[in-house]
Write a protein that binds this ligand. Structure first.
Ligand SMILES: Nc1ncnc2c1ncn2[C@@H]1O[C@H](COP(=O)(O)OP(=O)(O)OP(=O)(O)O)[C@@H](O)[C@H]1O
Length: 277
């Protein structure tokens, strides 16, 4: 669905952000794109959406070069950006104006998402809070029914109940034909939602694995005495003890701790990568 090959890109001369970056994403998945501040998550998502163009290499989405921004491509992709502007019009007028760009737009679904998020349908967009605007945009994005849905920090600005509503609506929206990519550094917001993890760091994708494969190969546990644990790949100490990652020697089943995995991949990349190779 998304095929990025040898992508190079820089905003400024001699300061490359991406160097020979490769990434392949398939339909039927919800990907979590993780990375430190400034790692390039937003930039990569904009490359996918055809809002930024590669300096070298290619970024193909659904077989289209995203940089060419062909109409057939644009009507099958939607990006919810981290920062956005909504015009001074009502929700109804917003839909009437922008929905026609998306042939599979489902108006009934849009208004039921608004209801789910508790957004009044007659209010002016500019009179809404940031979180309310974001919920309108997320509702619109889901209702476009595009094959590719990209969201940059979608849970930023959402209150606690809205975050679980968000997880619920996204989980219900995924299908075999759709590819959903969500960037965040608030990994706990994506708990139980994403099925694949992509980590970007130092100009490249340094980790890309299904959650299932991660839990097949690694174990996540809490221990009170770290000295008693063997084969610790990464540990983090907190009030409850030590949360650790070890190699899954057999058929142990543990729940993935994405924050722990993210920190482990960034600080102890090589031994972890070797387990997946
Ligand atoms: N328009 C721009 N012009 C110049 N440099 C930019 C521009 N946009 C981003 N950058 C730089 O590119 C790098 C990657 O930025 P990007 O916004 O893609 O990172 P990010 O991973 O999304 O970060 P965050 O988690 O903070 O949102 C940063 O060093 C940033 O300063």
């Amino acid at each position: 669905m998304i095929n990025i090959q040898s992508l190079t890109f820089s905003y400024r001369k001699n300061r490359p952000l991406f160097e020979s970056l490769n990434l392949r994403l398939e339909a039927g998945h919800i990907y979590g794109l993780l990375g430190k501040n400034g790692a390039g998550k937003s930039t990569l998502l904009k490359q996918m959406a055809g809002l930024l163009f590669p300096d070298g290499g290619s970024c193909e989405v659904m077989g289209y070069h995203s940089a060419k921004r062909q109409p057939a491509f644009l009507r099958e992709i939607f990006l919810v950006p981290e920062e956005f502007y909504l015009p001074k019009i009502s929700v109804r007028r917003y839909v009437n104006t922008y929905a026609p760009f998306y042939p599979n737009f489902d108006e009934q679904a849009f208004f039921s998402y608004l209801k789910e998020f508790d957004i009044p349908r007659d209010q002016q967009l500019t009179e809404m809070s940031y979180g309310q605007k974001k919920k309108v945009l997320i509702s619109f994005a889901l209702s476009t029914n595009t094959k590719v849905l990209i969201m940059d920090e979608p849970t930023n600005g959402l209150d606690i109940p809205s975050k679980s509503q968000f997880r619920k609506v996204i989980a219900a929206a995924v299908s075999e034909e759709k590819c959903i990519v969500i960037s965040t550094h608030q990994v706990r917001d994506l708990d139980n939602l994403i099925d694949s993890i992509v980590i970007i760091d130092e100009h490249k994708i340094i980790f890309r694995e299904d959650v299932q494969t991660v839990t097949d190969k690694l174990s996540f546990k809490t221990v009170s005495r770290i000295e008693e644990a063997t084969g610790v790949l990464f540990a983090d100490s907190n009030l409850r003890g030590h949360t650790i990652i070890t190699k899954n020697a057999g058929s142990e089943h543990s729940k993935i701790d994405m924050e722990l995995l993210f920190n482990a991949v960034l600080t102890n990349h090589k031994p972890i990568q070797e387990i997946f190779n």
